[in-house]
Design a protein around this ligand. Structure first.
Ligand SMILES: [Zn+2]
Length: 119
């Protein structure tokens, strides 16, 4: 009997966490969409949207979805959109890789092309 109750509580806590994360993920999607839409008109607002999205991810211990990870500078954590405030170049020398240069902090990050795990 007591074992059952424990399991019930555990399941309840577990599903509550899932609901929280689902809502968090929805909001991250919304915030990134808004950031992409507003970066041309109001870059500061776009940065704020992404800052909030990252805070939500951190608070709920969620990882930013893959497609958004590349839109955040590894160094200064600002929102970078190719053609707007970052430069994307393919580099064939040594290991083929993509170089993303952030215009906010002038630093670059490399994305290897041959590795199996996608960043
Ligand atoms: Zn940067």
């Amino acid at each position: 009997m007591s074992n059952n109750r424990f399991n019930g509580k555990f399941v309840q806590v577990f599903t509550e966490m899932n609901v929280t994360r689902r809502i968090a993920l929805q909001r991250i999607h919304i915030l990134f969409r808004l950031a992409k839409e507003t970066i041309h008109e109001d870059p500061k607002l776009a940065q704020r949207y992404v800052k909030v999205a990252r805070k939500i991810a951190m608070a709920t211990k969620l990882r930013l979805p893959k497609q958004y990870k590349r839109l955040v500078c590894r160094h200064c954590k600002s929102f970078i959109l190719p053609g707007v405030n970052c430069r994307v170049r393919i580099q064939q020398r040594r290991e083929p890789h993509v170089v993303v240069t952030c215009f906010c902090c002038d630093k670059y990050s490399r994305i290897p092309l041959r590795s199996r795990r996608n960043i």
